[in-house]
Design a binder for this molecule. Structure first.
Ligand code: 2HG
Ligand code: ZN
Length: 465
């Protein structure tokens, strides 16, 4: 056997955790779960599946929020878990890079780079379970995209097993390497549909000598967007600009017993973080003092205080899950229209339907996370109509239906709202070329050939069935 019997999980109980996504909304069924520990073992598994015509769903930490990491309900596919691909090569301090196995968690990669004074630029709340391979495969974003870009920018090269079992590797890590198609870039964001990622060559950046975090309260989202714009021109080294609002802060503080940030609640909050080689606290305080609409400020320099501010933002997903499962919409809109979009989206979703629409996100990126509570009993058809209404609104604001979570199973039907027919045809051509039998992550990312776009209803699209 390619991986050893103990790493082939056939028992329903053992398979269960790999068949359901983090949100609990996608529950599939796998023929079995296989856990290879080396590239050679991945090759063996993929070849065997290719020979038998068995679909393969690669899975990392299974922290994705778009259903892309779990199989469909037919029980035909296997899940290929990458978590045992956890080798860490020595940090290349000259290049400021490191090659790690696809199954290494972000936290483990950070811990490995830390002693060399280096870190991975992408950071996200699921750092303890999200794997580097999964993050590359979904082109994950997180808190620092504003300054350092998404995962694709951190990937200097990849090793991956293609659908026919051949190994595509480009791990030299040369920054200047202008030798044709950027295949690593193509595999970033391919969501398991083109290859199984096995190793990732990561770019690293220096751990900053100083980090300052501030929480700023605002009367509304519109003034916050303007204020952030102002702040970006006044402050160097802005690493993060995240927004939360009163409703979300109340949910987090009441769910987890966390202390509220100020004696009185405020409508909206911005968390900014500034990194610097010299202490940026005074420069940040001066810049904040010059902002006209700020209602209240808390500044944190020590790591405990900074963490206390960050948990107000980072605990949103967990808090919502306790009251959910929520319907999640991870979208981007141009910053100029963000406040209007959010107001329209909340009104559209809530109306009189008894739903609660939470929103928070990565303000610097125009990335809004809408989380709708109260849909537990909704049928898939009714949910699809809600999805359709929200995504149509996003498109009407010139936005993208997926900012950082990918398309997964959740959004493939709406890909046409963000990608042109020519782009989708090109993606399909790449898919056919690299995976002619369609065995890698079927049902993820690309729309089915016969899948008609959802309608955009004129009246209330979210009526009960
Ligand atoms: C975040 O920014 C994650 O915290 C999760 O992307 C967002 O739960 C969500 O909707
Ligand atoms: Zn996010």
């Amino acid at each position: 056997m390619v991986v050893g019997e103990e790493h082939v999980l056939t028992d329903a109980d053992l398979r269960a955790g790999f068949e359901t996504d983090w949100t609990g909304q996608y529950r599939g069924r796998a023929r079995l779960v296989v856990r290879p520990a080396s590239t050679a073992e991945v090759v063996g598994v993929v070849r065997a599946c290719q020979g038998a015509g068995v679909p393969v769903v690669p899975q990392g930490g299974n922290t994705g929020l778009a259903g892309g990491s779990v199989p469909d309900g037919t029980g035909t596919a296997i899940v290929l878990s990458t978590t045992r691909l956890d080798a860490l090569d020595p940090v290349d301090t000259a290049a400021r890079q490191v090659t790690v196995g696809a199954g290494v968690t972000l936290a483990a990669a950070q811990a490995h780079a830390g002693p060399a004074g280096l870190r991975v630029a992408v950071d996200l709340a699921a750092r303890g379970s999200a794997t580097v391979g999964g993050m590359a495969a979904t082109n994950a974003g997180g808190m620092h995209v504003l300054r350092h870009g998404t995962m694709r920018r951190q990937v200097a090269g990849l090793e991956a097993v293609l659908a026919d079992g051949s190994v595509l590797a480009h791990l030299g890590g040369l920054d200047k390497d202008n030798t044709g198609y950027d295949l690593s870039g193509l595999l970033c964001g391919s969501e398991g549909t083109l290859a199984v990622l096995t190793r990732v060559r990561l770019r690293l950046i220096p751990v900053p000598a100083h980090l300052v975090t501030a929480l700023l309260a605002w009367p509304d989202l519109g003034t916050m967007v303007e204020g952030l714009n102002d702040l970006r021109t006044r402050v160097d080294g802005l690493e993060a600009a995240e927004y939360i609002v009163r409703r979300g802060v109340d949910l987090v503080t009441s769910t987890f017993g966390v202390t509220p940030p100020f004696a009185a609640g405020h409508p909206a909050y911005l968390i900014v973080e500034v990194a610097g080689g010299t202490d940026p606290t005074d420069a940040l305080a001066d810049a904040i003092a010059a902002l006209p609409d700020v209602l209240d400020v808390a500044v944190a320099t020590g790591s405990g205080q900074r963490q206390a501010l960050w948990q107000l933002r980072e605990l949103h997903t967990e808090a919502l899950a306790r009251h959910g499962p929520p319907r999640k919409y991870d979208v981007t809109v141009p910053l100029a229209t963000l406040a209007a979009f959010v107001a329209e989206a909340v009104a559209l979703v809530e109306d009189d339907r008894g739903l609660t629409c939470h929103h928070f996100g990565h303000l610097g990126d125009g990335n809004v996370h809408l989380n709708v509570l109260g849909v537990d009993a909704w049928s898939p058809e009714r949910l699809a109509r809600l999805d359709d209404a929200v995504f149509t609104l996003v498109a009407s604001h010139g936005g993208s239906i997926s900012a950082e979570h990918g398309i997964g199973r959740l959004k493939r039907r709406w890909l046409h709202l963000s990608r042109s027919p020519v782009e989708i045809a090109a993606m399909m051509a790449v898919k056919r070329a690299l995976d002619p039998l369609g065995l890698l992550s079927p049902g993820v990312l690309l729309p089915a050939p016969d899948q008609v776009p959802m309608w955009s209803a004129g009246t209330d699209p979210i009526l009960p069935d």
